[in-house]
Design a protein around this ligand. Structure first.
Ligand code: NAD
Length: 464
């Protein structure tokens, strides 16, 4: 696609925004319903495209992870939008209150919002932002991932079927298209993807002072407390590593556990993997998205092994695609210690005491999420207060994302800004401060010449 095409798509959206700067509740609800219809009326086609892009991807998993989660997000917005759109009264301080002034905050659309989405959940991570963007009354321009071309082409086709060119548009293409896309003078851009590209995007956005929401990744740690139930921990970690073959930004990346509990944990992990395998079968698995990513994972494991890491390979659900593999205590210079794994490989570090676990986590940039397994509320609170991350979860993995009422996003190296639910509505809105003056002439009071009454009231104002 040429830059001219991108510009003409963008300009159509800009005109759409100019013609309807504050869409009514009814129009916004109608757009959200069209997102839902576009998903549910073509579910088989979406699942087929996803499987083609991944090499293989269980239709049930696609249906749950990409279709149902996105429809749920739309339902949440449909139910709550009229409350989110209400102007919120703010209490003026006493002096303004006495003058009869009234103050409000009201959310207005920002304009045209760019959505740059990744390959791992190509539908959900393009359309969940879209739901927030449309709920806030904006126009949207989506650049989906080139790594999942069949799904991106279907998205482009169906968006054109369900939305006018001046409401929502899609630009498919390689990195050169993505680079031209993020140079457009958007009113806001949300990017979901890796940290390196995020830095390029920030530089481009700076040219037009475009506000950004960055949904990045990183290494999400799992703290295994001495009070943790190892069976439950292993079952949930296994889930986090085979669901979408661990290609999830909030997948547990590495696990911190006491040396004395390691063998017992590995036995439970083996059982968990075998149970998942026998109860579901390989038809429910997901492939590593392409050879480059498969090779990347193999390199991480091989290098970890060559640097004193003990490697354990589990036969299981992903056997036809990639075995769940554990790398234990490789030396500090192994790449697996620093790079995000993003696949069915688990790094284990034998650090058992909570202080050591917390200081290990704090050595790196803030993760997207920290998982704590254990029964101690006091420990959980310590983790909350002594670390920083986008989210914090006790005794589970990934299911925080299932709650549409929670904000989603990172902090520091794992991103900036939060979306989903009301947080998404606010993120893509301009929260306008509105002040209506009252019956008293406040500005006249501070206009020279200043009197003794002015000086007295000036001092009094500091006390209220
Ligand atoms: P990707 O390669 O599909 O890239 C994401 C998007 O960036 C694509 O649309 C691509 O076209 C675009 N892009 C690539 N190069 C660009 C450039 N130079 N300028 C502008 N745009 C460019 O996806 P990825 O980066 O491999 O995604 C995986 C990463 O995303 C992981 O780090 C993962 O943790 C993170 N992620 C984060 C979340 C979240 O919500 N926080 C969700 C999923 C994935």
């Amino acid at each position: 696609m040429s830059g001219t095409n991108l510009e003409s798509q963008f300009n159509a959206l800009r005109v759409g925004y100019q013609l309807e700067r504050f869409p009514s509740l009814a129009n916004r609800l109608d757009r959200l319903r069209r997102v839902k219809a576009m998903l549910s009326e073509h579910e088989a086609a979406w699942c087929e495209a996803l499987s083609r892009d991944f090499g293989y991807r269980s239709a049930d998993q696609s249906s749950f992870a990409d279709i149902t989660t996105t429809i749920k997000a739309a339902n949440h917005a449909l139910k709550n939008l009229k409350f989110w759109m209400k102007a919120e009264r703010r209490t003026p301080d006493l002096s303004l209150r006495m003058s009869g002034a009234k103050t409000y905050v009201e959310s207005f659309p920002k304009g045209v919002v760019g959505i740059v989405s990744p390959w791992n959940f190509p539908i959900n991570l393009a359309l969940s932002p879209l739901i927030s963007v449309l709920a806030a009354g904006n126009r949207a321009f989506i650049k989906p991932s080139e790594i999942t071309p069949a799904t991106s082409a279907l998205l482009q086709k169906l968006i054109a079927q369900y939305f006018a060119d001046d409401e929502v548009s899609v630009a498919c293409g390689d990195v050169d298209v993505a680079q031209a896309f993020v140079k457009l003078p958007f009113d806001h851009v949300i990017y979901t993807g890796g940290e390196t590209v995020a830095k390029y995007i920030m530089r481009d956005a700076a040219e037009n002072l475009v506000p950004l929401t960055l949904e990045l990744g990183g290494k999400s740690p799992v703290i295994v407390s001495s009070s943790a139930d190892l069976k439950l921990t292993a079952k949930r970690i296994a889930f986090g590593k085979y669901f979408n073959a661990g290609q999830i930004c909030i997948a547990p990346d590495y696990l911190l556990i006491a040396k004395e509990r390691l063998d017992a944990f590995l036995i439970e992990l083996k059982t968990a993997v075998e149970n998942a395998d026998s109860s579901q079968g390989s038809a429910d698995s997901v492939s590593i998205v392409n050879d480059r990513h498969r090779q990347r994972l193999e390199n991480l494991v091989a290098e970890g092994e060559s640097k004193n890491g003990k490697v354990v390979r589990f036969a299981g659900l992903n056997q036809s695609c990639y075995q769940l593999t554990v790398v234990i205590d490789p030396s500090n210079d192994a790449a697996i210690n620093t790079g995000e794994i993003f696949g069915p490989v688990l790094l284990i570090k034998t650090i058992g005491d909570l202080s050591g676990q917390i200081s290990y986590i704090n050595q790196s940039s803030h993760p997207l999420v920290i998982y704590y397994f254990g029964s101690s509320e006091a420990e959980f609170r310590r983790v909350a207060c002594e670390t920083s991350s986008g989210g914090l979860v006790k005794n589970d993995v990934i299911f925080q994302y299932a709650n549409d009422d929670l904000p989603f996003g990172g902090v520091g190296g794992s991103g900036m800004g939060k979306y989903r639910g009301e947080y998404g509505f606010k993120e893509f809105s301009n929260s306008r401060a509105i002040y209506k003056s009252g019956f008293m002439d406040v500005s006249g009071f501070v206009t020279p010449p200043y009197s003794d009454v002015f000086r007295m009231v000036n001092k009094l104002m500091r006390k209220i």
